[in-house]
Write a protein that binds this ligand. Structure first.
Ligand code: NAD
Ligand code: UD1
Length: 337
């Protein structure tokens, strides 16, 4: 299939693009490079052996989308493009609603006009809000605790209404848990701008000497070792999940919602120790106050994806850390190096 990959120069989109090429699809990347570097396209070409078509542009540009969908004879869209930093979303809510919600509306309207009716959307476990019960199943109540989360929830609601309006639409929302790791080649991975907000990229920068120590946000949670527990999923497993969702969704009416997680929780201390083992030295840390808004624990029930998509995560914590370390140590300054 000819697949439009919005945000395909980003962390998850670039690695999924490689998986699409390997599976025989023809991806076309649309990215405004707000949070990515053009050099990523070269890396994809190098690893995949085929250069994906790349359009430097914005999903909010309707004229561009109209032309692109027809010219490239797009069959389906995987929609990664968006902003994703929770703290920034609190400070700049309008940017988040503009990029994530308005941007998706423009994309969907262009798809409707061009007769493209298959979409796979990057949602997030953040739509579960403050989950009362674990593990999280797809039918758990949803809510938002910040503008980023609300933007994902709003898009899911739009998709549900759209699916109800016309059975020609095949829409899939993938609720990612905590994506980590890198492509095993060491050529593509996560390259956050500024100080990383998230655990794994922060630890990786401590390991490579860019940061002095990890601040552990609280060790008095009601978890086995007192630190926060999350469901970390290897980005390569996530990429495979998109292929499975595309195969399942194409031509199948409705809104299909799946958790993409492993079903297992890992604590901050466990992650730090596993990364230390991967990079060959213990990593310095300090215990500091809890981060406001954090929950003690969050992990998926991935049963639906296994039963319906035939997909399950296969890469373990050690592989996540080893692949992340290969990427970070070969590219200490990310794509700028
Ligand atoms: P990323 O920032 O690396 O990738 C997003 C890409 O979209 C970037 O390359 C950026 O330049 C591009 N982009 C942003 N706004 C755009 C616009 N208006 N037009 C065109 N391109 C635009 O992020 P990622 O980690 O690869 O995440 C991909 C998607 O998955 C996002 O929608 C994110 O919200 C979602 N998600 C990510 C995580 C995570 O922890 N990484 C977790 C859950 C959900
Ligand atoms: C983040 C996002 C959330 C998103 C989720 C999945 C934020 C605030 N939230 O949350 O919207 O749905 O990823 O991608 O970005 N930790 C430390 N020290 C650090 C960084 C993190 O101790 O320097 C701890 C946290 O307290 C938490 C765990 O590590 O217990 C994971 O944190 P993080 O990687 O930010 O992920 P989430 O909190 O799940």
């Amino acid at each position: 299939m000819n697949i439009l990959v919005t945000g395909g120069a980003g962390y998850i989109g670039s690695i999924t693009t490689i998986a699409l090429i390997a599976a025989g699809h023809r991806p076309v990347i649309l990215d405004n490079l707000h949070n990515a570097s053009a050099g990523v396209i070269e890396r994809i070409a190098e690893v995949a052996g085929t250069r994906p078509a790349f359009v430097h542009g914005d999903i909010r540009d309707r004229a561009l989308l109209d032309a692109l969908l027809v010219r490239e004879q797009i069959d389906a869209v995987i929609h990664f493009a968006g902003l994703k930093a929770v703290g920034e979303s609190v400070a700049q809510p309008l940017s988040y609603f503009d990029n994530n919600v308005h941007g998706t509306l423009v994309l969907l309207a262009a798809m409707q006009a061009a007769g493209v009716r298959t979409l796979v959307f990057s949602s997030s476990a953040t739509v579960y809000g403050d989950a009362p019960e674990l593990p999280l199943r797809e039918d758990a109540p949803t809510s938002a605790t910040n503008p980023y989360g609300r933007s994902k929830l709003m898009v899911e609601q739009v998709l549900a209404d759209l699916a109800r309006s016309d059975p020609a639409w095949s829409l899939t929302a993938l609720r990612y848990f905590n994506p980590v790791g890198a492509h095993p080649s060491g050529r593509l991975g996560e390259d956050p701008q500024g100080v990383p907000n998230n655990l794994m990229p922060y630890i990786a920068q401590v390991a490579v000497g860019r940061r002095e120590f990890l601040s552990i946000y609280g060790d008095d949670y009601p978890t086995p070792d007192g630190t926060g527990v999350r469901d970390y999923i290897h980005v390569m497993d996530l990429a495979d999940g998109h292929l499975a969702a595309l195969d399942h969704g194409h031509g199948r009416p409705g809104l299909h919602v799946f958790n993409l997680g492993t079903g297992a929780g890992v604590s901050v201390r466990e992650m730090l120790a596993a990364f230390g083992a991967a990079c060959g030295h213990a990593l310095p840390h300090r215990i500091v106050a809890r981060r406001p808004g954090d929950v003690a624990a969050c992990w998926a029930d991935p049963t639906r994806a296994r039963e319906v998509l035939g997909w399950q995560a296969s890469r373990d914590l050690r592989t996540m850390c080893e692949d992340s370390w290969r990427w970070q140590s070969n590219n200490p300054r990310g794509y700028a190096a």
